[in-house]
Design a protein around this ligand. Sequence first.
Ligand code: SAM
Length: 215
Amino acid sequence: MRLRNKPWALEFINEHPDVIISNPEEYKGNWKAVFGNENPVHIEVGTGKGQFVLGMAKQNPHINYIGIELFDSVIVCALERIIEGEKPSNLRLLKVNGDKLQQYFAKGDVARVYLNFSDPWPKTRHAKRRLTHEGFLKLYESVLIDNGEIHFKTDNRGLFEYSLMSMNAYGMSLNYVSLDLHANMPEDNIMTEYEQKFSAKGQPIYRLESQFKTK
Ligand code: SAM
């Protein structure tokens, strides 16, 4: 998702360092300094306009959430959404590339990774860009606690099948798999923007929870 360029975006981002952390490398290994507590940290890679991460932060005040998004033009929508309401103290955003997580997080800093409606990169030659490719799994494992989890939702059947195989080949446990999440919608499900859009069109939503095994 890349929205039209917004020339004012960078200035707006810089005006809100309390929400979008401008120096995340300084908190590597010390995110409790940001949140003021030692609660678990859950990150969403590819957070888009922030509906999911904001909803989760409000629903679960004892978890700290960090939404990670690559593009200024997208993350400003999340920022606007957050500052419009009561800013939850357990939510921050990072405007960084998810492939650089090791610059910002030490092993054990993160308890769970959320991936929601990640770009499918359908061409085989682009497989390495999929956020569930082995290279990314390795990266998530390097910042997660032991037995850390990935929770993944998508409308894309091809990406879902690929992700099941990739996680299985990596030796992860699959703790939950749904081929139609909305058929038995969990009460605590927080919908993402893409989830709303695709489910409104009648498309099934796929969801899995996977976990790294102790080596
Ligand atoms: N998660 C949101 C949802 O479900 O509505 C947005 C889904 S959108 C298809 C994917 C988002 O991931 C885009 O906003 C894109 O900019 C972001 N993204 C893709 N690759 C990324 C990366 N390597 N690091 C950070 N964000 C990334």
